[in-house]
Design a protein around this ligand. Structure first.
Ligand code: URA
Length: 213
């Protein structure tokens, strides 16, 4: 993984890049798009959780006692921005099965491109937890900014934003609104188009995950 600027972590592992390329292809089937996203999310979870705190505990192997490391503190919270976030959530949960899950429902008004909230449900004790907000596409940044603001009001210990793809406009917008939130992504594409889509991108992530178009 390389860090392209202090707040953006570009996950450039060859397996991640290969799978992302397969997903971008316009003729990838819904089935393969979804399973590739699942695999990618598992690989990304591995990098994103690299700095999770651990503590030593004493255990007993069949041969002797030893001190070994386990993850410390309250369970991580994965917050999925509906609906496309679900695609990343499933893969991440297979790597961090004990994580708690929050959902935030935001849709993008097609005229203003502004987020409209329709659902918000988070686990208890957010102030004692680290949060990973997941959404495959960080495009205009509007949904990400709104989601992070809502979560911040619950005072979690930390917030990271995990996406598959972003662009300079999305990074700048999220960073300006929330400079304390690091962004993890598999690619930074060229630009946004006038409809708020990332170019070259991969199209509408939600439609491609759920086969709705
Ligand atoms: N959301 C998507 O699904 N795709 C984009 O390119 C931008 C936002």
């Amino acid at each position: 993984m390389s860090k392209s600027s202090p707040h953006v972590h570009l996950i450039d592992h060859p397996l991640v890049q290969h799978k992302l390329t397969l997903m971008r292809k316009k003729d990838a089937s819904t089935n393969s798009f979804r399973s590739l996203l699942n695999e990618l999310a598992m690989l990304m979870a591995y990098e994103v959780t690299r700095d999770m705190p651990t503590q030593e505990v004493e255990i007993e192997t069949p041969l002797e006692k030893m001190k070994a490391r386990v993850i410390d503190g309250k369970k991580l919270v994965l917050v999925s921005i509906l609906r496309a976030g679900t695609g990343i959530l499933d893969g991440m949960l297979s790597v961090v099965p004990g994580a708690r899950v929050g959902h935030i429902g935001l849709y993008r008004d097609p005229k203003t491109l502004k987020p409209v909230e329709y659902y918000f449900k988070m686990p208890q004790d957010m102030s004692e937890r680290d949060v990973l907000v997941v959404d495959p596409m960080l495009a205009t940044g509007n949904s990400a900014i709104a989601a992070v603001a809502r979560i911040k009001a619950l005072h979690p210990k930390s917030i990271k934003f995990v996406c598959l793809l972003t662009c300079p406009e999305g990074i700048a917008a999220l960073h300006q609104a929330h400079p304390d939130v690091d962004i993890f992504t598999a690619a930074i594409d060229r630009q946004l188009n006038d409809h708020g889509y990332i170019l070259p991108g991969l199209g509408d992530a939600g439609d491609r995950i759920f086969g709705t178009k």
